[in-house]
Design a binder for this molecule. Structure first.
Ligand code: ZN
Length: 220
């Protein structure tokens, strides 16, 4: 029986980095459902082959399949010994209900669900910061916040103009944040009712500072 943690957070909040820091410190196993799907497919397990078929037909992998895969993973020795941080699951209330049943069967304990939150404007700034070089042979990528080009709009490496991909526009960012908010609000309510929800606000600070903040929220 081990402690299971779940981090949820909007695109651009730095959830991946905070998750890595958490697993590094606590030795909890990092379990990403995306990685699990890829591993099952690569290993050619029965489940993996089923998933391959679904993806080949352009279908979506159902909650049941993801839940089955997570349940299998949670029974492995490393997680039984050290616990884990779930990444990418649950995303919806039906998945959260499935996870509750899985934990009952496997004997693990939901230690906490951390909702990592941030100011909308900060998220938009981060999600729209990427710039690509228009010269396909160069392919350099810049970030106007973290790694800006020396001259605005111009590639440092080859002097060609930079552009913003359609996925990186403000409109696209607003859409992603909206989808996240709609999908996650019921999940947040679910875990609040279960008494498992912990909120942590990330700010425009180095990851270490946001991590310290998250740890303080977990201990409070
Ligand atoms: Zn270039």
């Amino acid at each position: 029986m081990a402690d299971i943690y779940v981090f949820i957070g909007p695109p651009g909040v730095g959830k991946g980095t905070l998750g890595e820091m958490f697993c590094e410190e606590t030795k909890a196993v990092h379990v990403s459902t995306g990685d699990l799907l890829r591993q099952e497919m690569a290993a050619g397990t029965e489940l993996g082959n089923k998933v391959k078929g679904i993806i080949a037909e352009g279908g979506l992998v159902s909650d049941d399949i993801v839940a089955e895969m997570v349940e299998g993973r949670l029974q492995k020795d490393d997680i039984v010994a050290k616990g884990c941080l779930l990444d990418g699951f649950p995303r919806t209330v039906p998945q959260a209900e499935a996870l509750r049943d899985i934990l009952k069967r496997t004997g693990h304990k939901m230690a906490a669900v951390v909702s990592i939150e941030a100011d909308q404007q900060m998220l938009i700034t981060r999600l729209t910061a990427r710039r690509m070089c228009t010269n396909k042979e160069c392919g350099a990528i810049f970030n106007v916040v973290a790694m800006p080009p020396k001259t605005e709009g111009i590639c440092d490496k080859c002097g060609a103009k930079l552009y913003q991909r359609s996925d990186d526009t403000k409109e696209a960012a607003l859409h992603r944040l909206d989808v996240y908010a709609k999908q996650t609000a019921p999940l947040i309510d679910f875990y609040k009712k279960e008494g498992k929800l912990i909120r942590s606000t990330s700010r425009d600070l180095p990851a270490e500072a946001n991590y310290a903040n998250l740890k303080a929220a977990l201990k409070a």
